[in-house]
Design a protein around this ligand. Structure first.
Ligand code: TYD
Length: 209
């Protein structure tokens, strides 16, 4: 029987929270943008964002990746500060307003990348989930590390690039360790961008029904 006291949840669509993750070179940003356009075409209000953000903490975190000058602890703290601000100022308000929030990287990247720097990924996850909402759907874009290195223009044959390869391999393993969780789907990106876009759409359609 219909309730005589309709609350706001009856007139506002539910927010939807989708995160795209994967190692560098898997095409996350392009796919995040295309997924956003697809939802917009269906009349949904979309918030497309990324981490690290362009805020003060995120800028520092991005720089640290480039220079490697920060200690692992300081670097981890920057990512956590950046995320806290992102959650408070953008993610939670947008979800509460019924929008579709699509993120290019989130705390699973902290598990993977800071995990590869020596932190326990399970502990990183726990610390994040104290303040960061778990997404409705996590899409992990999968690509083998050699193909990813090729796409980002590295050959893996200098010392620096060898290190990069090992690092990406470890990140990849951590991402894939999440594959059996109910909210996670792994999408192969071996095929071209357009095939991946279609695969993502059908995965999203099947998962949010
Ligand atoms: P990336 O999405 O690759 O940005 P850009 O396209 O500008 O290079 O992110 C920058 C780097 O930050 C990437 O190598 C992954 C790393 N990163 C972490 O180490 N921890 C995190 O929590 C996040 C969100 C990103």
């Amino acid at each position: 029987m219909p309730t005589s006291n309709p609350d706001i949840s009856n007139i506002m669509p539910d927010g939807l929270f989708i995160v795209i993750e994967g190692i560098d070179g898997t095409g996350k940003s392009t796919q995040a943008r295309r997924l956003g356009e697809w939802f917009t075409a269906q009349g949904r209000e979309v918030v497309l964002s990324r981490e690290p953000t362009d805020g003060p903490w995120g800028k520092k975190a991005r720089e640290s990746g480039g220079t490697g000058r920060l200690s692992p602890e300081d670097e981890l703290q920057l990512f956590l500060n950046d995320r806290q601000q992102h959650v408070d100022e953008l993610i939670e308000p947008s979800l509460a307003a019924g929008k579709v929030v699509i993120l290019d990287r989130y705390y699973f990247s902290t598990m993977a990348y800071q995990g590869a720097r020596g932190f326990d990924p399970v502990e990183i996850r726990r610390r994040n989930e104290e303040f960061a909402p778990v997404p409705d759907l996590l899409l992990i874009l999968d690509l083998d590390v050699d193909a990813a290195l090729q796409r980002i223009g590295a050959r893996g044959d200098t010392a620096n690039e060898f290190e990069k390869r090992e690092n990406l391999q470890r990140c990849q393993e951590i991402f894939l360790s999440l594959r059996d969780e109910p909210f996670v789907r792994v999408i192969s990106t071996q095929d071209g961008l357009d095939e991946v876009t279609l695969k993502i759409r059908s995965t999203v359609q099947d998962s949010i029904r």
